[in-house]
Ligand binder design. Structure first.
Ligand code: CUA
Length: 158
């Protein structure tokens, strides 16, 4: 079978590029681990109420020694717990969110606080809120019939 030399050349270039992609994927998996480059931390969604961090009395805000604030929230059909959270402006915030059932999303409109909450994992978002006001913290991932009613109240004060 005759193959035109020009076609051979381009076939070699195409294979070379495909090989390069595979090499880059394998090399990054080898040196960085095979997962998204974000914070990855697992948790047992079925026993959150028994966990050291997400038991009911640990939810809400916790001020660290350095003045930073950690906000712990449990998402479940159809609400975020606790229901009301008051946060200061211009303070480093670390949101730590878990789901007790299905995939939920979380978003505070007009801020960069937005992520997906996957059961079995702790979702972590670090942000600073600049504008005082009342905001809803919304579920932005369809999670069932009550999805549209899934939110809590964030009050930001300066
Ligand atoms: Cu939770 Cu949509």
């Amino acid at each position: 079978m005759h193959i035109d030399p020009l076609e051979k050349k381009w076939a070699a270039i195409a294979l070379g590029i495909a090989g390069l992609f595979v090499t880059v994927i394998l090399a990054s998996a080898l040196f960085h681990g095979i997962h998204a480059p974000s914070h990855v931390e697992t948790i047992d969604s079925a026993s959150l109420h028994l966990s050291a961090e997400f038991a009911e009395d640990k939810l809400g805000i916790e001020e660290g020694a350095n003045g930073n604030i950690t906000v712990r929230i449990v998402a479940g059909r159809y609400g975020f717990y606790p229901q009301d959270i008051v946060l200061p402006t211009e303070t480093p915030l670390t949101f730590r969110l878990v789901s007790q059932d299905v995939i939920h999303g979380v978003h505070i409109p007009m801020t960069n606080m937005s992520t997906m909450i996957v059961p079995g994992y702790v979702a972590e978002v670090k942000t600073v809120l600049h504008h005082p006001g009342a905001y809803p913290l919304l579920c932005n991932e369809y999670c069932g019939m009550g999805h549209a009613h899934m939110w809590n109240n964030i009050k930001v004060i300066s």
